[in-house]
Design a protein around this ligand. Structure first.
Ligand SMILES: [Zn+2]
Length: 428
């Protein structure tokens, strides 16, 4: 089926290496899941995009999607105490909880303009099924350490034919895994040519632990052990050093930052994203789980990307265009997916934003990028999310997805209640 986004008031797209391009009053044509025309296009199905902006669908490059079940569960502890409480609750999770939790998260993400996400959680089969049910792309795999690395490898080999899935190895962190497991993780990654998605240098404590155990901060430890490569997706990097950025740039390792999550967990720093981008490191953006960040809202993350950098580094060098590039092209690149760009030949992952809400006033060409990064609200602005040419969010899917969420909410009620009882016990 071919689809035309007719007369978009604006089309915003990253131009790799050159910032953001804004086109005015053009059509975007989609055929066979790919963008095949920009300008004056024709096709069977048309969407009137006057008063609207088309942008690349956003990439949420780090989530624990089913953690929407733990949203608001424990908002006020520091990271290691928080992790302890979360781990206790997660012991109660069933596969069905993860499936329905991920469904709810996927609907929330689709409604917020997200086309692809990278996930680390239990029951990855359930995560993939939920993503497929809603229609989002997903990068995920089993968590090494919970399963043997050989089992992780066979899961990956068995999952290669699912069109919306890019399988990878999830490794929680250096601090959560023993040396022999880590060795095996990076060996299998090399053998199969698959990515390793891992939390790195999130907190100062973690860096201190790494110095004690390896003699070096985490990225340097990975470099010295021969683990750092272009298959590594390092998430957080709030406390990374300048020389570690050199190692990352040299090896082609990719970065994902989660500004809201880090600020809420009081990690006390933010990744040097300007310096990363300047070295050519792929920098993607993620929300992290809803238990730390509460909102899985990528428009928020763009805004916080700029705010936290400026707040931490006393410098206004990071601008709206950096955040926009990170949330689109940067996230897709960090996930190892082609996309995040509106141009002929790219996968048709596109979001359409309405510009008639007071929060995007005045919608002029000069200000449109600023509005999208700093003031747009996803649930009033995002009218369509399109993934591979298919409408996954839009007026025609509202009823279906509302019913799907209602069903999911009923199916997870037990788990939610048991978690609340657990915290009552803990705090009384
Ligand atoms: Zn995380």
């Amino acid at each position: 089926l071919s689809l035309v986004l007719k007369r978009c008031s604006y089309v915003l797209t990253p131009v790799p290496g050159k910032g953001v391009r804004v086109l005015e009053d053009v059509d975007v044509g989609i055929d066979g899941g790919v963008i095949d025309c920009i300008g004056s296009c024709s096709g069977e199905h048309r969407i009137d995009c006057r008063g609207r902006a088309a942008i690349p669908a956003l990439g949420n490059a780090h989530t624990h999607a089913a953690m929407v079940l733990l949203r608001g569960f424990d908002d006020d502890h520091e990271l290691f105490d928080w992790l302890r409480n979360v781990n206790a609750a997660e012991k109660l999770l069933t596969r069905s909880d993860v499936y329905f939790g991920t469904v709810i998260a996927c609907v929330e993400m689709a409604m917020g303009g997200v086309g692809a996400f990278q996930d680390m959680y239990f029951y990855p089969d359930a995560v993939v099924e939920a993503a497929e049910r809603v229609g989002l792309r997903v990068c995920t795999g089993p968590i090494a350490g919970l399963q043997s690395v050989r089992d992780v490898a066979s899961w990956i080999k068995d999952s290669r034919r699912r069109p919306l899935l890019k399988p990878l190895i999830n490794a929680h962190s250096l601090y959560a895994l023993e040396d022999d497991v880590l060795e095996e993780v990076f060996e299998v990654s090399r053998e199969l040519g698959v990515d390793v998605h891992i939390h790195v240098s999130e907190t100062r404590d973690e860096v201190a632990m790494s110095r004690k155990r390896f003699g070096y901060p985490p990225i340097e430890a990975m470099e010295r052990r021969g683990w750092l490569s272009d298959r590594v997706i390092a998430v957080h990097l709030n406390w990374v050093t300048s020389w570690e950025l050199e190692y990352m740039a040299r090896r082609g390792a990719r970065a994902v930052v989660c500004p809201s999550s880090g600020a809420k967990l009081a990690v006390g720093s933010f990744a040097p994203v300007y310096e990363m981008m300047g070295r050519g490191i792929a920098v993607g953006l993620g929300t992290d789980g809803a238990c730390s960040a509460n909102r899985i809202n990528m428009l928020d993350e763009m805004r916080n990307f700029v705010l936290l950098y400026r707040h931490n580094y006393w410098d206004t060098r990071v601008k709206a265009e950096h955040a926009f590039v990170a949330a689109t092209y940067g996230s897709y690149r960090a996930m190892g997916l082609r996309g995040g760009v509106i141009d002929v030949g790219y996968p048709a992952d596109v979001a359409v934003l309405r510009l008639d809400h007071p929060c995007t006033f005045p919608p002029t060409r000069r200000r449109i990028l600023s509005h999208i990064v700093y003031s747009a609200n996803p649930f009033t602005c995002v009218e369509y999310t399109i993934v591979g040419g298919r409408i996954v969010w839009g007026p025609e899917r509202r009823e279906e997805l509302t019913k799907l969420v209602e069903e999911a909410e009923a199916r997870v009620r037990d788990f939610v209640q048991r978690c609340d009882e657990l915290m009552e016990l803990h705090t009384s």
